[in-house]
Write a protein that binds this ligand. Sequence first.
Ligand SMILES: *Cc1c(COP(=O)(O)O)cnc(C)c1O
Length: 410
Amino acid sequence: MNNSNLLAIAKEFGSPIYVYDSEKITSQYQRLTSAFKKVKHVKLNYAVKALSNLAILKLMNSLGAGLDTVSIQEVQLGLLAGVSPSNIIFTPNGVSLEEIEEVSAMGVQINIDNLSILEQFGTKHPNVPVCIRINPHVMAGGNSNISVGHIDSKFGISIHQIPHILRIVENTGMNINGIHMHTGSDILDIDVFLYASEILFDTAKHFKNLDFIDFGSGFKVPYKEGDIETNIEEFGEKLTKRFNSFCKEYGKELILGFEPGKFLVSEAGYFLAQVNVVKQTTSTVFAGIDSGFNHLIRPMLYNSYHDIINISNPNGRERFYSIVGYICETDTFATNRRISEITEGDIVAFKNAGAYCYSMSSNYNSRYRPAEILWHNNEAHLIRKHETFDDLTKNQVDVDLFAPLEAATK
Ligand SMILES: *Cc1c(COP(=O)(O)O)cnc(C)c1O
C-alpha cells in the first residue's frame, strides 16, 4: 500500500474515503501472537468497536481471532460475519440484565463488571459460566477519557470488593470461568501492565474453575516518526514467563487472552480527503478539506495526533499548514503542521485512521458518512458504499402537521 495506490483509490472512488490495508492487520496479528508463542493457549479477541465493518470481522475470523464486543449489535455483526458465538466475548458496561441474558442465550461468553448484575445473573442462571471484569486500580492510558483503571472509574469490579464477589458466587452457586481486566488505551510502560497483571493473578487464585485470564488491551501504537510504542516483544517475553509460572501454581494450563483494537487496525487505516480551499490569513495558512470531525473526531475529542501527508505532492517544498474541516464550529485536525506544499484539489492522507475513526463517525451537519475500501492482494475492494440523501431521511417520519406560512394565510 503506497501513495500512488491511495491516490488511485481517491480518483476511482471519490473522497472523503477510508482505506484499510489487510496485510498490515495480518502482520500486527501475527506480531502479537508470536510474542506469546511460548504460551500453550493464547486467544486474541479483536475489539469490534475499533472498526466494525463485516469485511474486517471476516478477516479477523480468518486469522483465528475471536471478537470482543460491547453491545448486542456488535455481537450480531460478528455472527453475521460468520464468527462462532463460542469465539465471542461480551464485555459491556452499564447495559441492562435483559441485553446480557439475550447475548448469553446466543452462546456468547459473558463478562460482568458490576456486583448488582453479577448477583442477578447468577441467581437466574447459575449454570452459565461467567467471566468477571476486575478493576485493579492501576492508572494507565494516554488521555483521561480512555484511561479506565483509576479508583473512581465506572469500569470493572474493584479489587477491594473481592469478598463481595466471593459471597455472591457462593450464594448463587455460579461458576466463574474467567478473570478479566482492561485498564485503558495507550499504555506505554509495560511495567505498569505487568504490575496490574500481578493483581489479576492474585485475584485468580480465589477462583478454582478458571479457563482463561484476559489481560484486556491498551497497547500503544506509533502515531508519528520517532513515537514510542508498546514493546510487544519484550512484554510478551516477560508476561509469558509470569503466566506460565502462574499456571503451574494454579495447576492448569489456562488460556491467555487479549482484546486488542487499536493495535490490530490503527496503522492499517488511511483517511483520504481533498483540499477544497487554501486560505492564507495574516498568521496562518489553512487547508480546508472536504470532511470534518463528523468523519474523524479523534483530534477534537481526544486531542489525538494523526500524521497528514499530501499524497498529490509528496516531495514538494514543506510549508506550515493548519488542516481544518468544513463543520460550522471549531473543527481542527492539525495546527501548524509541516506538510508538502498544498494546492487546491490535492488529496491529503491521514495515517492511523483504522481504529476509532469510521466507527465514531456521524451525520453531523447532515453530511454523508464516507465509503470504506479494503486493500487486499494489491486490489481495492469497496466494503461500504458512501451514504446518499436517502440515508439522511429514511428513518424520519413526516408528520405533516405544518403548512408553509404562505399557503396557510392564503
Ligand atoms: C475498547 C476496549 C478494548 C480495545 O482497546 P484498544 O486500546 O483499542 O486496544 C479492549 N477491551 C475492552 C473491554 C474495551 O472496552
